[in-house]
Write a protein that binds this ligand. Sequence first.
Ligand SMILES: NC(=O)c1ccc[n+]([C@@H]2O[C@H](COP(=O)([O-])OP(=O)(O)OC[C@H]3O[C@@H](n4cnc5c(N)ncnc54)[C@H](O)[C@@H]3O)[C@@H](O)[C@H]2O)c1
Ligand SMILES: [Zn+2]
Length: 343
Amino acid sequence: MFELEVSASKTYKITIEKGFSLFSERVLPYLVGRNVAIITDDIVDKLFGGILDGFLENKRVVKIVLKHGEKSKNAKNYLHIINALAENDFTREDSVIAFGGGVIGDIAGFAASTYMRGITLVAVPTTLLSMVDSSVGGKTAIDLKAGKNLCGTFYQPSAVYINTEFLKSLPKKEIKNGLGEVVKYAFLSDTVKKSDIKNIDENLIYKCLKIKRDIVNEDEKESGVRALLNLGHTVGHAIEKLSGYKLSHGACVVKGLRYSIEVSKRLFDLDGKTVNKMYALLKYAKCDLSVNFSVDEIAEQIIADKKRQGDSVKFVAIKDVGKPEIVKIHLSKLKEMLNDYES
Ligand SMILES: NC(=O)c1ccc[n+]([C@@H]2O[C@H](COP(=O)([O-])OP(=O)(O)OC[C@H]3O[C@@H](n4cnc5c(N)ncnc54)[C@H](O)[C@@H]3O)[C@@H](O)[C@H]2O)c1
Ligand SMILES: [Zn+2]
């Protein structure tokens, strides 16, 4: 069993373990009040619903099951959740469990953060991506018609309980999706070694989350270093959008990492050995680096991104494996460097 403590606006514990035998012991202590809302999706409910039902006998349980998939992370479902809490007389002294992947984590977190201005939230992530990324750090969100994650809050959970047993039923595609973020961590810090990536286990998840925890502790609301977590994401997001979200987020992050290497090479005049080491990491993780979009198309998407700052972007560059740096780059300069790479 591994434990980590996050000290942001709230201090809370992340537990990472294998096997369900101590599930109730781990989760029950964090559930305050008599009422508990389990927010989940249909796939997770079918596979694992029984686990929670079993140990919540002494609570009044309200289960809210959304259809699986990103489309469910919408305002209608958000209203459905908070109305269900109100209709079932939930007070600020009751609890919500976000039981599922990042979609559930984001919408349940947003609902918990806004219902009566904040109700206890316990996160039980069930996908690799939600374990190594979205369940920790306190970002909550729903999607709007104009774009993904446009409405949300920063709201830390009271506890995060990670159990690798959930990964056994996760489709390969979803494992690969989470691996994109794992590879990103391996670029951010040399504590995640190349060989660690081979075994998706508690130790690897712990190492990834330790990196995220340290960054979140320093900068919860992303006014500074938290932007480091966006490594590979500037171009990655652009490719994800260009694909009409057919390519998974993680797959696009690794493609984005390739551009991070190339931009960094030009920014810092990196030597061949360093660049080769970075590519070796991507190769080792069996990343598909192919991109079917032109630099012009990618640049256009980056310009349209609401996260850009005027004519510039905060680009996360890498001086070496484990040495990232946030650099403000003018969009025209970024486009020039990407073009230079393509030609
Ligand atoms: N808040 C943050 O900091 C943050 C960070 C990264 C991503 N996100 C968000 O996370 C979401 C993506 O999360 P995701 O990749 O977990 O997607 P997801 O929640 O849609 O889960 C992927 C699929 O796996 C299924 N599933 C979940 N657990 C399973 C299990 N144990 N076995 C079998 N199937 C299972 C789900 O039903 C779903 O169909 C996006 O909406 C993204 O915006 C948020
Ligand atoms: Zn990401």
